[in-house]
Design a protein around this ligand. Structure first.
Ligand code: ZN
Length: 228
């Protein structure tokens, strides 16, 4: 059996075993105190199909939630943290996104696309400032200078380094935690010297970002949170 679960054994009057799925995919069993592990295992096995179905559905639902509507109460990411949005319309004030006091404010009317447009330009501006600063920092540290830096709208290509050392980074990176952004920056800067992913390349990356494997995994597992 390949299902992992937590068991709460109750000393109280509980007479039957029950099963709950929490937080998308956490299986919690409640059982009378002296229930043999065997019996609990069997119980979970019998429910396996149902468990798989529920978990699958939960995953699909949480992806749906991530399709942005640009409405008050929705949350948006910035440097790995999630902040609530407040939408309003004040025609005599500057239209667009303001980030203030751990909250996003969007002054806009009109459809979803125009609101999205304001968010994209805000993210692009922030990404441009932040990424240039970090490229500069790591560039000095590693004595590697790119020919140029460009911010793109790529969906899942976080960064790239051309043969003649022009770097590009997706603006979406600004939604990720700073240590993830740093990893992508060091990765691309390292390509100025090492144009492939040979062991020597990874060795150089690891000298600056020892936990780089964890960050790569994080990017693979979380790419869907960058959708706008
Ligand atoms: Zn690479």
């Amino acid at each position: 059996m390949d299902i992992t679960y937590t068991v709460n054994r109750s000393r109280k009057r509980r007479k039957t075993i029950s099963l709950q799925i929490r937080n998308e995919a956490e299986i919690v069993i409640s059982a009378p105190y002296y229930t043999p592990a065997e019996e609990i295992n069997r119980f979970v096995e019998e429910k396996q199909n149902w468990i798989n179905k529920v978990i699958q559905k939960n995953k699909e639902d949480s992806l749906k939630i991530r399709v942005k509507e640009y409405k008050t109460g929705e949350h948006f990411l910035y440097l790995g943290q999630s902040y609530p949005l407040e939408v309003f319309f004040e025609p005599f004030e500057h239209a667009g996104v303001v980030f203030w006091n751990n909250r996003f404010y969007l002054n806009a009317q009109g459809n979803k696309d125009s609101k999205k447009h304001y968010f994209v330009s805000w993210y692009k501006k922030k990404a441009d400032d932040f990424i240039r600063q970090r490229v500069d920092f790591f560039g000095r540290m590693l004595k590697l200078q790119p020919e140029s830096i460009k911010i793109t709208s790529a969906q899942s290509r976080w960064g790239s380094c051309s043969g003649d050392s022009h770097l590009a980074f997706s603006f979406r990176l600004i939604m990720a935690p700073p240590d993830i952004i740093d990893y992508v920056i060091v990765h691309e800067l390292t390509h100025i010297k090492e144009k492939n992913h040979a062991p020597r390349f990874w060795q150089r990356v690891a000298e600056v970002i020892p936990a780089y494997k964890k960050h790569r995994r994080w990017l693979k597992d979380n790419h869907q949170i960058f959708n706008l």
